[in-house]
Design a protein around this ligand. Structure first.
Ligand SMILES: NC(=O)c1ccc[n+]([C@@H]2O[C@H](COP(=O)([O-])OP(=O)(O)OC[C@H]3O[C@@H](n4cnc5c(N)ncnc54)[C@H](OP(=O)(O)O)[C@@H]3O)[C@@H](O)[C@H]2O)c1
Length: 276
C-alpha cells in the first residue's frame, strides 16, 4: 500500500529501521517485559540511554527474545562528556546490555556549557573505528554544534536524534541534515508533553479518512517526512498500535495540513542550556 522504505542506510553503512521503540521513562523493573512485547510485535530498533537507567532490562529482553544480535538495531547514549568519560560510559553500557557492540551510540545532549562535545565526538569516532560501534551519532545538536564537530574532526554525525513532531517540525535543521547526509531521528513524536495534537482537526480528519488513530497519523506523518521515529509505550496495545503505521499512507494534502501545525516552539529542553 505504501512505498515507504522501512530502513535507511547511514553514511557508514549501518542499516537503521525507520520505526523503532523508545524506552525513556520505562522503569528498570518494567523494561524487560515491555521490550519483549515490542520485539514480539516486530520492532527491530530499541533506543535506550545510560540516563534512562534501564539498559540492563533491555539487555535481558534481547537475551530472552531468541533473536540473533544482528537482527536488532541497538542504540544507547552518553550523558557524560570528555574523551575518557565517554569511553568508560560506552564500555559500561555494553556490559549492561550484554553485547560487544552497539549499532548506534549518541552524545545525548551537546551540553555546550561543559565545553567538551568535540572531544566526546572524537571518542565515538575512535570507538567506531575499533568496531565497538556500527554508527556514531549525536542527539539534540543544533546546526552550530553539528558544524563544529564536522569542522574540527572532519567527520559529520551519521544521525541526529532531536525533538520532532507536527508542532515542532524543525524544517531548517532537516534541510541542514539533508545537505550533510545526516539522518534525522525524531523523539517525542506524539507531542504529548504539550498535549492537544490528537485533537487537531487536521490530525483527526486524516485519522478518520484512513480508519487509524491520531497517534498513528502523527507517527505516519513523521515517517513520510523522511525521519526515523521511536515512539515509546509501556502499554502492549499501544506498542502494537504504533507499529501499525507502515501499511498506510497519508496524502500530500493531509501531510501539508499537518505541516501547517508547526509553531516553532519546543516542548522539551533547549540544547543551548540543558545540562550546563
Ligand atoms: N535524545 C533525547 O534527548 C530524547 C528525549 C526524549 C525521548 N527520547 C527517545 O525518544 C523516545 C520517544 O519519545 P518520548 O518517550 O519522549 O515520547 P513519545 O513516544 O512521543 O510519547 C510517549 C508517551 O505517549 C504515550 N503513548 C504512546 N503510544 C500512544 C498511543 N498510541 N496513544 C496514546 N498515547 C500513547 C505513552 O504512554 P504509555 O507508555 O503509558 O503507554 C507515553 O506517555 C523515548 O522513549 C526515547 O527513547 C530521546
Amino acid at each position: 500500500m505504501s512505498d515507504l522504505r522501512t530502513s535507511i542506510t547511514l553514511t557508514g553503512g549501518a542499516v537503521i529501521p525507520r520505526l523503532g521503540y523508545g524506552t525513556f521513562k520505562i522503569e528498570e523493573g518494567d523494561t524487560q517485559a515491555a521490550v519483549e512485547v515490542a520485539l514480539e510485535t516486530g520492532y527491530r530498533l530499541v533506543d535506550t540511554a545510560v540516563g534512562y537507567g534501564n539498559e540492563a532490562g533491555v539487555g535481558r529482553a534481547l537475551a530472552a527474545s531468541g533473536l540473533d544480535r544482528g537482527e536488532v538495531f541497538l542504540t544507547s547514549k552518553t550523558w557524560d562528556h570528555g574523551y575518557d568519560d565517554v569511553r568508560r560510559n560506552l564500555e559500561e553500557s555494553l556490559e549492561r546490555l550484554g553485547t560487544d557492540y552497539l549499532d548506534l551510540y549518541l552524545l545525548h545532549w551537546p551540553r555546550p556549557g561543559v565545553g567538551k562535545y568535540v572531544e566526546s565526538w572524537q571518542a565515538l569516532l575512535d570507538a567506531r573505528a575499533e568496531g565497538l560501534l556500527r554508527a556514531a551519532g549525536v542527539s539534540n545538536f543544533t546546526v552550530e554544534h553539528l558544524d563544529r564537530i564536522e569542522a574540527e574532526t572532519g567527520a559529520a554525525a551519521e544521525i541526529n536524534q532531536v525533538e520532532l513532531h507536527p508542532y515542532f517540525s524543525q524544517p531548517e535543521l532537516r534541510a541542514y541534515h539533508a545537505e550533510h547526509l545526516i539522518a534525522t531521528e525524531s523523539w517525542g513524536p506524539l507531542a504529548l508533553r504539550g498535549g492537544g495534537l490528537f485533537d487537531e482537526p487536521a490530525v483527526k480528519a486524516a485519522a478518520a479518512a484512513h480508519d487509524r488513530t491520531p497517534a498513528q497519523v502523527a507517527l505516519r506523518w513523521n515517517l513520510q517526512r523522511g525521519n526515523v521515529v521511536i515512539p515509546k509505550s509501556v502499554t502492549p496495545e499501544r506498542i502494537r498500535e504504533n507499529w501499525e503505521t507502515l501499511d498506510f499512507a497519508l496524502t500530500e494534502d493531509e501531510l501539508a495540513a499537518i505541516d501547517a501545525l508547526d509553531t516553532g516552539e519546543r516542548q522539551g529542553g533547549d540544547p543551548a542550556v540543558v545540562g550546563g
